[in-house]
Design a protein around this ligand. Sequence first.
Ligand code: ATP
Ligand code: MG
Length: 473
Amino acid sequence: MRSSMGTFSSSFTNVRSASSWFELYAAFSTFIMLLRSAINDLIPQQVRSFVHSKLKAFFTSRQKSNVVSIQVAELWDGHTNQLFQAVQEYLPTRISQSYKSLKVGKLPKHKNILMAVDGKQEVVDEFENITLKWKLVEQSSRKDSDNRDPLRPRKSTGFERESFYLTFDEKHRDVVMNKYLLHVLNAYQEMQAKQRTIKIHSIGGGRCWQKSDLTHPASFKSLALDPEQKQGIIDDLDRFLRRKELYKKVGKPWKRGYLLYGPPGTGKSSLIAAMADHLKFDVYDLELTSVFSNSDLMRTLKETSNRSIIVIEDIDCNREVHVRSKPKAFSDSDSDSDNDHKHVQIKTNRFTLSGLLNYMDGLWSSGGEERILVFTTNHRERIDPALLRPGRMDMHIHLSFLTSKAFRILASNYLDVEGDHPLFQQIDDLLEKIQVTPAVVAEQLMRYEDPDVCLEELVQFLQQKAKESLPLD
Ligand SMILES: Nc1ncnc2c1ncn2[C@@H]1O[C@H](COP(=O)(O)OP(=O)(O)OP(=O)(O)O)[C@@H](O)[C@H]1O
Ligand SMILES: [Mg+2]
């Protein structure tokens, strides 16, 4: 009974308090209405909507500022992740002076000290006004570390792997995914191309390509050619590289053939080395004596890589391939006498020049990547017309005896004589009268260290040559 009385009185109290809450609410609503109308009267409409839009934008932007994190792991599906390698090489180039935590090292094949970021500090990059933050994180999965051989080097155990984490504002997701990551990859590829040691491949004992570093020091800078001729060759190479899409559009294989011709010691092999250096292409020195049959030739050519220069030195005019006594590519020539004596010409019916060319056309048609083919000869007039057909050898480059403009380059390279020298006029006059190869003059310029002595000796040498070349009475 007491309890039911108590319940009654409490519900009565509730009814009373509910009604007072209602009154309170009604009073509050009235107050708000009065306040709003007072605000409406006091503050103009434009000001109100401006404040409203600003507040809305502020809260919306707060809501959207989600940070996205992308992981670039060292391994992808069990393979080395190229993007990881790219980031690893790219980030040291983005480090500012204020960056305080770095790893340095040196590898046997690199000349320079190498740099890498460690995980202690974020690296901040900027791209299209976007701020991007990178952090290196080492992850160890030591669960199966019981089986680990403690003596093996850390990397080879594969237990500890690194990942780069890239964080950025979500609103930049498209730019990062579609542009920024590609930008990192491209920057890495460019760095790789610059650092790359060019290889020369020669056919070895097992009739397979064997590679070694191309140590030939020639570059376009060191090459003594008339400046216009040199620039013409560089422009042609650059145009060829740029025109990938055009070749594709017109359905032409992306290849270019150069025929280098001229007397021994005029720089044909040096020019090939300079081309390789300029393009950063490997060189395949196809020594025909090492090729035994058509199928052998086909296999050999198929094994050459993209972005390479295939070189056949001293290709001559006969239909049958002529075998030379010794490999000659990139060997230094120190004589400007006719080098026919170096050829031991043995006719062989194993394959023909036109067969060789047809195979090459076929090879090119099947592959879409850039190839450069260079043939050299001392005697262009002896060359099989099949070789000169349009589309085969696109550019014929004549390397000839030394001219005064080309001599200036040798003087600068060998003696550091820039600009003018009192003996230059005399040397120019002599070079007009006699035919002398860059190889011979280069050798003369190596004989003395003092430039004045060297040039005086050269004048005497050229005068002697001029006397010898005078017709006998
Ligand atoms: N145009 C040049 N510019 C600079 N150096 C040259 C030039 N031509 C020749 N030389 C020098 O002479 C050496 C021999 O030249 P290179 O082997 O390039 O001549 P080549 O035309 O290929 O001769 P060959 O017909 O005998 O193969 C080079 O190593 C270089 O030192
Ligand atoms: Mg040569």
